[in-house]
Write a protein that binds this ligand. Structure first.
Ligand code: ATP
Ligand code: MG
Length: 289
């Protein structure tokens, strides 16, 4: 096996993301801000991990470091078993941020095709792939519409379809549902769980909502502010998600665990299923940060 083939086969089994001792500081006129300190995290292939923590704790910075849009000041970042820069050049991941960031003058179909077009995929292949994705996100009737003619939730679905265009093994999402109303947000969460399951993509998802993090994730990574550090990683053992999940005692128990982790309390290793619904309801009402 050549070195290149070995690297290739290694990449097939390597975790989606590996961060070792990642540090990031920004130097401004008024001094240095340490945005990330000692961040160690491994995200397995196909795993769904949310990042949660107070504003300014470094969540977006961490996502940008993984995406190689920012250079860490120290430490090591591997994506799919490759240095982050190589993974970016190989388009190993898709990105969706809070603003859908669509081109208003292009149709839904043409927006989704854009990354494929930029990377020289031929017209017929581009078309076929975009149609498949439009169906996946439930927008077939809107393929010829332009973004200003769509609701916020529909625009986000286009952005997610675009992020999936190149079948990335990794999706990086920074508060993608932050601007949506509660019902649309829940529908989008259901769709994201389904899409991540169907495509087998790993997801790193930044959110301020504890219930959202719990509903979506295999693990919730809790960060503290200044400097941004990982203070806790809460495993969420809820199994396959359905609408009933949102009313299950285990869901409320996991919300409580994440809330307590955010308050810096020690977290028991297993989710207590016997938590009283009244308590849990009160906790979840306070859930959004
Ligand atoms: N380009 C930059 N130059 C200087 N400081 C920056 C830069 N980007 C981020 N920071 C600082 O790094 C820290 C972390 O910022 P970051 O945007 O990662 O936080 P966040 O957790 O995503 O916050 P929010 O929840 O409000 O989005 C903040 O103190 C911020 O001021
Ligand atoms: Mg942010």
């Amino acid at each position: 096996m050549t070195e290149a083939e070995q690297a290739e086969s290694g990449a097939v089994t390597a975790p989606a993301v590996e961060l070792h001792a990642v540090h990031k500081s920004f130097t401004a006129r008024r001094g240095t801000v340490v945005a990330l300190a000692d961040v160690d995290l491994t995200i397995e292939r196909g795993e769904f991990v949310s990042l949660i923590g107070p504003s300014g704790c470094g969540k977006s910075t961490l996502l940008r470091v993984i995406a190689d849009l920012l250079q860490p000041s120290g430490g090591e970042v591997q994506v799919n078993g490759k240095p982050a820069r190589r993974a970016r050049l190989d388009q190993d991941y898709g990105i969706a941020f809070q603003q859908a960031g669509l081109l208003d003058w292009r149709t839904v179909q043409a927006n989704i095709e854009l990354p494929l077009e930029l990377h020289g995929v031929d017209r017929a292949e581009r078309h076929a792939r975009a149609e498949e994705l439009i169906e996946l996100v439930g927008l077939t009737e809107f393929a010829r519409h332009r973004p200003p003619q769509l609701s916020g939730g529909m625009q986000q679905r286009v952005a997610i379809a675009r992020a999936l265009a190149e079948s990335p093994a990794l999706l990086l999402m920074d508060e993608p549902f932050g601007a949506l109303d509660e019902m649309t947000r829940e529908r989008m969460q259901n769709e994201l769980v389904r899409i991540a399951g169907e495509t087998g993509a790993a997801v790193v998802f930044v959110t301020h909502s504890i219930p959202e993090a719990v509903f979506l994730s295999d693990r919730v990574v809790v960060m503290s502010a200044r400097p941004g550090r990982i203070v806790n990683v809460v495993p969420i053992g809820l199994g396959a998600r359905t609408d009933d999940t949102r009313e299950a005692p285990g869901f409320y128990a996991a919300i409580t665990q994440v809330r307590e982790a955010l308050r810096g309390l020690p977290v028991p290793q297993t989710v207590e299923v016997g938590v009283s619904v009244e308590n849990a309801l009160r906790n979840s009402a306070e859930g959004a940060l």
